[in-house]
Write a protein that binds this ligand. Sequence first.
Ligand code: G3P
Length: 301
Amino acid sequence: MEIFLDTAELEEIKFASSLGVIDGVTTNPSLIKKAVERRRGEISMVDYIKEILKLVPGPVSLEVISVKAEDMISEAKKLYKLFSPYGEVVIKIPICPSTDGESNVYDGLGAIRELKEAGIPTNVTLVMTPEQALLAAKAGADYVSPFAGRIDDYIRDQLGMKMDADYGKADYFDFELMRKLADEQLRRIIESRGDFSLRGAYIDEEIRDAANAGHDNGIYSGVDLVKKILAIYRNYKYSTKVIAASMRNARQVREMAELGVDIVTIPFYVLKEMLLHYKTIEGMRFFIADVVPQYKRIFEE
Ligand code: G3P
């Protein structure tokens, strides 16, 4: 599995690349905004992106900023021309760049298709369903980025849970527990009905609502989203690579690796989390405390 860093922070990229575990980088306008704000605006964007590209041994995703296919295509061409002499540029195109659900719905697909023909690699972003991923692959996407963490957020938000109050952004979403709880709730409602008929239960609104709780139209978590995309791609042998994105914690990375996802793109703090374990640190303390002088001398002579 390849590991990309999901950041526009030069220092993080420099450090992680020096460790030899980073295969690429993904950026987006929000990550670029953070990097610019941290430097109080004192940043030449073009030079900064060139630096990133020079440091990274693999693909660096840069995102377009428009919503119309023709504008995204010309931005993609501009980014590609400007930066590909410095590294491996991949252009991020939103799967559905609509901001109202009516306009620009198909513009992402149009842009992917045309960029494919122009030989410019694309990473299709903001993917929240397997259906979107299927269309992205058909249009010729080189990569798709399902946003795992945001699906976990969405499922919890739909249940009335609030980020920061009921769960932290980086918390692992225990979808198996959620599934058990949702099943239990459904069981209790059905039980409370007394007389049971299949027809009666199936058209009962409260029962239907309970059956629809704890998942997003049959997607039980961000990991489940990626699992279903991989299954569809394998069914039809699509060559589009899957980048598990919007990653929030190390356990999510493990579960993505178990699925056999091609790539995960992680924020810098997740890299640290992947290394830490209480017993590893405790073990280190014991080893250091147990070093006898005779053994130490080997290294001093
Ligand atoms: O990879 C996409 C990512 O940058 C979004 O992450 O944590 O803001 O949902 P997040």
